[in-house]
Design a protein around this ligand. Structure first.
Ligand code: NDP
Length: 247
């Protein structure tokens, strides 16, 4: 499985799952560009790790909910790398609360980052991929988008929205050799889940058939496969990486 000569954009690659995806794609031979909203130093560190794999890397400040910043980033990548073959919409946030406590501002913030960001990037790159007659779009959803979760109405709605976006893009662009799939992680140990109470972690662990929490690399390995030529006939799918949690 080789991604040699390909260029990937991975949103939110400074930390966690995004960083692991950047490294997995780089190990497979792809040049990797990623963006951050707040974590500049961590993003530079990701690119250092990417370049250790012998490929080109680039880190850009671009908030995925900001159309101007995305447009500028995509223009820069096209100039520097020529093609953009792989898009991984990974950037995401949570602002958890029971529905009565979710403010309109928190609802909008989660939808803008997790769902609108993926829409804006996919739209910005669809013309490029159509001209190239091929491409890979991978959206990082969540099992919460499949099953729902108390205390995460905004987050679950954004992740379920990503699944609708994925299936629709797969139908629109499939005839041009562009695949679009969603990856739905279960509980992965990253900054996003680090602050959850031990009681939540223990209850989650008890519901996972494989009896371990997921690692960022578990998700990244699937993303690298979906980005490859070997995954050319897989599109419109939602694939869980959750140790069997959703079964
Ligand atoms: P982290 O909180 O560890 O990392 C989130 C990343 O997203 C950071 O690099 C952050 O960068 C970036 N980001 C957030 N907002 C923006 C923005 N507006 N513009 C650009 N970048 C942004 O989360 P995870 O690694 O755990 O999560 C990655 C993805 O996986 C998310 O979409 C999440 O919803 C999903 N997921 C995670 C699960 C888990 O258990 N951890 C389970 C299921 C899905 P910065 O600091 O610069 O903002």
């Amino acid at each position: 499985m080789s991604l040699e000569g390909k260029t990937a954009i991975v949103t939110g690659g400074a930390r966690g799952i995004g960083r692991a995806i950047c490294i997995a794609l780089a190990k497979a031979g792809a040049n990797v560009v990623t963006c951050y909203a707040r974590s500049a130093e961590a993003c530079e560190e990701t690119i250092r790790l990417v370049e250790e794999c012998g490929v080109k890397g680039m880190c850009v400040k671009a908030d995925v909910s900001n159309l101007e910043e995305i447009t500028a980033m995509v223009d820069t990548v096209k100039k520097e790398f020529g093609t953009i073959d792989i898009l991984v919409n990974n950037a995401g946030i949570t602002k958890d609360n029971l529905i009565m406590g979710v403010s309109e501002e928190d609802f909008d913030a989660v939808i803008d980052t997790n769902l609108k960001g993926a829409f804006l990037f996919t739209k910005a790159l669809s013309r490029t991929m159509l001209k190239q007659k091929g491409g890979r779009i991978i959206n990082i959803s969540s099992i919460v988008g499949v099953r729902g979760n108390a205390g995460q109405t905004n987050y679950a709605a954004s992740k379920a929205g990503l699944i609708g976006l994925t299936k629709s893009v797969a139908k629109e662009l499939g005839a041009k050799g562009i695949t679009c799939n969603a990856v739905a992680p279960g509980f992965i140990e990253t900054d996003m889940t680090a602050s959850l109470p031990d009681s939540v972690k223990e209850a989650t662990l008890a519901s996972i058939p494989m009896k371990r929490l997921g690692q960022a690399e578990d998700v990244a390995n699937l993303v690298a496969f979906l980005a490859s030529d070997e995954a050319a006939y897989i599109t419109g799918q939602v694939i869980c990486v959750d140790g069997g949690m959703a079964v």
